[in-house]
Design a binder for this molecule. Structure first.
Ligand SMILES: *Cc1c(COP(=O)(O)O)cnc(C)c1O
Length: 339
């Protein structure tokens, strides 16, 4: 018996891809599907994004690229992180992947993108060498696209200046936040992840940017009981009833991605917003009910208007981390994909 149900709506992924293509105004959309498609399922998302007009896929590691290649024999697949050892490079070559080089030697016989550090201060070359013939792209990554447009402008200027002599190569800089709101960052292609999933890069309602969430997560009340005044629910007795209080137990916990710091967040119980109370445990979380509801009552943790962004705000994190933490691969959850 599954304890919860995760639904992925590929129609939303396609709509979000089209929305991004619209704002990109001629630049290519490259779909970022690292981390198993931000928890959504990389191969499903890749297929949907390509069918809606994305022209390449981006992942972080060669292993992710090899796995993706099995379902996508023809797509361009770009490995954004550095290869870990020479075997990675050989495997990438065999699988017709494209590599990003941000230091060390430039491997030959494989399409390469040179990554310039323009202000992220992480991976990246401090200066661009004369690109050998197998270099197909020039890229950089923005540090503040969701928060500081003035710093973005500095990065754009550095990138423009350094890459101007090689403008025949594909230049790509923007992520989702930049693609959506900072037209000057678009160049030839944008690498978009979070927006594709219908999650806001800004922590706001994704509808503000014309996006809709693709993932919903539902469960049911597995147990319902009345707490008398002074009685508590969960570890540490962090929720103590002040008056007679009905609580429902939902059979998901931090193992599934309902994080401990999501206490206090709201979910829908029978369509009404209810608060998660007490300490979230590995396999269970309590919700305050008013009035009593029967065992089996539907609970929506994400979806039907409950946004990942509001859980992220309660947990003091970003939607990315909540999405990646949802254990869609777990046998405890049933995963349903709507084509
Ligand atoms: C993850 C990643 C992206 C996508 O960022 P979003 O904010 O999810 O759009 C783009 N570029 C690089 C280098 C990345 O690592």
């Amino acid at each position: 018996m599954h304890r919860s149900e995760i639904t992925i709506d590929l129609g939303a992924i396609r709509d979000n891809a089209r929305r991004l293509l619209d704002v990109l105004d001629g630049a290519e959309l490259w779909a970022v599907v690292k981390a198993n498609g931000y928890g959504h399922g990389a191969s499903d998302v890749a297929r949907a994004a390509l069918s809606a007009g994305a022209t390449a896929l981006c992942v972080a590691t060669v292993d992710e690229g090899l796995e993706l290649r099995q379902g996508e024999p023809d797509a361009r697949i770009l490995i954004m992180g550095p290869p870990n050892d020479p075997r990675d490079v050989a495997a990438a070559r065999d699988a017709r992947l494209e590599l990003v080089v941000s230091g060390g030697e430039i491997p030959d016989d494989i399409p390469v993108h040179l990554k310039l550090d323009t202000g992220m201060g992480r991976w990246g070359l401090s200066e661009l060498p004369e690109p050998p013939a197998n270099v197909v792209g020039l890229m950089s990554h923005l540090a503040t696209s969701d928060s500081d447009p003035a710093f973005v402008q500095q990065q754009v200027e550095r990138f423009t200046e350094a890459t101007a002599p090689h403008a025949h190569l594909t230049r790509h800089l923007a992520n989702s936040a930049a693609a959506l709101r900072l037209p000057g960052t678009r160049f030839d292609a944008a690498r978009c992840g979070i927006a594709l999933y219908g999650i806001s890069a800004f922590g706001t309602d994704p509808a503000e940017d014309g996006l809709r969430p693709a993932l919903s997560w539902r469960s049911r009340l597995a147990q319902v009981h009345l707490l008398h005044p002074g009685e508590s629910t969960g570890y540490g007795r962090r929720f103590v009833a002040e008056r007679p209080t009905w609580v429902g137990i939902v059979p998901v916990g931090y193992e599934d991605g309902f994080r401990r710091d999501m206490t206090g967040t709201e979910v829908l119980v029978d369509g009404e917003r209810r608060r998660a109370v007490g300490t979230v445990s590995m396999d269970a979380v309590a919700v305050e009910l008013d009035p009593e509801l029967p065992v089996g009552t539907p609970v929506t943790i994400i979806g039907d208007g409950v946004l990942i962004e509001s859980h992220a705000a309660v947990a003091g994190t970003i939607g990315y981390e909540i999405a990646c933490g949802i254990n869609a691969g777990s046998a405890r959850a049933r995963r349903i994909v709507h084509d």
